[in-house]
Each structure stands twice: as structure tokens, then as C-alpha cells.
Design a protein. Structure first.
Length: 315
């Protein structure tokens, strides 16, 4: 027995017998908050005030960024509606659980009095669908590596979640949580932006390319997602008293700079955003013992923050 121990000790000393490797604790993946804290000022963008809507509800303000590069005709028509105060005094009329919150003219509902519809003013009554557009190679494109069920490719462009089909040369915005779409009737050109909705539940990707997406909510989602669900068909409120009034909707560009929200959005073509994507794909810490190794397009929230004091004067 002593000879065996001595022989083993000699082999170890000579480096010929390996000892069992000590288990190393994997380094914890940095959180999104930690990565954001280390980001550079140049990695953030200030949204164009001409593309920002402020929807004032009794509960608070909802900030929506339009996506004119994807749905330019709808963005222009929505700006016209806002500047002519079309939405002021209208209401949130529908909250369907795990689907959407919708707002517009209550008289436009199936049971509404069409003779009392609010005039559209100089806004267009109908618009081409704008469900997809030709792939624009000039715009930034940050692809995700893990594929998608609904499209050949997915990624981010200008802060928005986008799907692509290289074979057809088309791309389109996708219905992730917080994306704002244009409600319509059966006719594809019947959506003009006078009735809008926001996805509040599991991403309803099945309606991609069937409705125009006008933008996304940057701030104030709880005011839209936490509302009581409607009891009528498709989540419409059965009683007028249940509707949430819209006090006003304004365009940031029409307000003095001092009255604008000082928000910044992390550039989706930045190194910090790429790090956040990778951290979500391979998150590992005391709680996440098993990293997913993949991430879906709608599982990534593009960070939005209040502008640091040094930058608060621009935009």
C-alpha cells in the first residue's frame, strides 16, 4: 500500500498523473442594467420630435415614436390627425386580454352611431396598406443569430424589431409588446391611423404583414397594458363609462423644447446593444443556472432612458 502511494506521489510530482480539475464557478453574465451603465453617450440617440406623440390619459402620459421609414403614409396622416386635434376627447375603447389595447372614436365601433363620427378634417380617409416595404440597405440592420418561426430573418433597424425575407426583397415591422399598429376594417386600405392599437400580451406575430405598424411605445406602457379588460366581443368595453378618455394627443415638435420629454433610445447598431442581446441569449447567474442559448425578436426590449443632465438640452 505504501509503495502504491509513493508511486502515485512520484507520478504527480513528475506531472504524469493529472489530479481532478477543480470546478470553476462560471462568471456571471452582466445584466442589461450593468451594460447600460457602461454604455457610451454616442451609443444613444434622441428621437426626432417630429416622430414623437404624447398621448395624455388621466393616469399619465404615453410617449409613442412613429416609424416613418417603414410606414411613411400612415405617419404623415397620424401627424395630420394629431395637429388637427382629432384624438382629443376620444377614448380607449377596447382592451382584449393578452392581445391589444385600442383607441379611437367610440362611434366607429360596430354598435356605434356612425352619424356622430368625429370628422377627419384634412386627413386622408384611406391609405395604401404599407404592410411591408422593400429592404433598404442604407438603413442600419442588426440581425439576430437564432432564427425565427415567422420570417427567414429577424433583427433591429432604427430601434424597431424587423423581419426580412431576402428572397422577396421585403421587410416589415413585427408585432412585439409595445408596438403600435393601425386598426382597419376588412378592406386593406381602410386603416388610416384614426384608430390605433398597441400589443399588450404575448407577441401576436400571426398578424404581421396583415396590418400596418406605425411605431412603438417608448414610455407609459403600464397606462395601456394594466387597464381593465373589456367584457364585450374582442375586448371592447360594453359600457361607455368603462372607456378611458384621451385628454389630448400632441406632437413633440409642436411643443417648446422645455415641455418635451428628455428621452434617449439605445442605438440598436451599437456595441452595447449587441452585448445586451448576447447577455440575454446566454444569461448565467445564481438564478439562471441553465442559459437558453437563444433569444427571440420579441424577447429583447430596446432600452429607453431619461437623457443625462448634460444632454438634456438637445432634441
Amino acid at each position: 500500500m505504501r509503495l502504491r502511494r509513493l508511486h502515485a506521489g512520484l507520478l504527480i510530482a513528475l506531472g504524469l498523473l493529472a489530479l481532478p480539475a477543480l470546478a470553476e464557478t462560471p462568471k456571471a453574465t452582466p445584466t442589461a442594467a450593468e451594460l447600460i451603465a457602461k454604455s457610451k453617450p454616442s451609443e444613444w440617440r434622441t428621437p426626432d420630435p417630429a416622430n414623437l406623440l404624447y398621448m395624455q390619459l388621466p393616469q399619465g402620459r404615453v410617449v409613442i415614436e412613429l416609424a416613418p421609414d417603414f410606414t411613411p403614409l400612415h405617419a404623415a396622416n397620424i401627424r395630420t390627425l394629431v395637429r388637427e386635434h382629432y384624438f382629443d376627447g376620444l377614448a380607449i375603447v377596447r382592451v382584449q386580454d393578452n392581445f391589444v389595447t385600442q383607441w379611437g372614436d367610440p362611434n366607429d365601433d360596430d354598435s356605434g352611431d356612425k352619424s356622430k363620427l368625429k370628422p377627419l378634417g384634412s386627413a386622408k380617409r384611406t391609405l395604401p396598406p404599407e404592410y411591408t416595404r422593400a429592404i433598404d440597405a442604407k438603413l442600419p440592420w442588426t440581425p439576430l443569430p437564432d432564427g425565427d418561426v415567422y420570417a427567414p430573418q429577424v433583427g433591429f433597424s432604427e430601434g424597431f424589431p424587423v423581419a426580412r425575407d431576402p428572397a422577396s426583397g421585403r421587410e416589415w415591422l413585427v408585432h412585439c409588446y409595445g408596438m403600435v399598429g393601425v386598426a382597419r376594417d376588412v378592406a386593406p386600405d381602410s386603416g388610416n391611423g384614426s384608430s390605433l392599437y398597441v400589443a399588450i400580451g404575448q407577441a401576436p406575430r400571426q398578424i404581421d404583414r396583415n396590418l400596418a405598424i406605425a411605431g412603438r411605445v417608448l414610455e407609459g406602457m403600464p397606462y395601456l397594458s394594466a387597464l381593465p379588460r373589456g367584457s364585450g366581443p374582442l375586448g371592447f368595453y360594453a359600457q361607455a363609462a368603462q372607456r378611458v378618455p384621451i385628454l389630448s394627443v400632441k406632437l413633440a415638435a409642436d411643443l417648446p423644447a422645455a415641455q418635451r420629454e428628455k428621452l434617449e433610445v439605445l442605438r440598436t447598431d451599437s456595441a452595447s446593444f449587441a452585448a445586451i442581446v448576447e447577455a440575454k441569449r446566454n444569461r448565467h447567474d445564481a438564478f439562471y443556472a441553465v442559459p437558453a442559448g437563444k433569444v427571440g425578436i420579441c424577447n429583447i426590449d430596446v432600452p429607453v432612458r431619461s437623457a443625462p443632465a448634460a444632454n438634456a438640452g438637445h432634441g
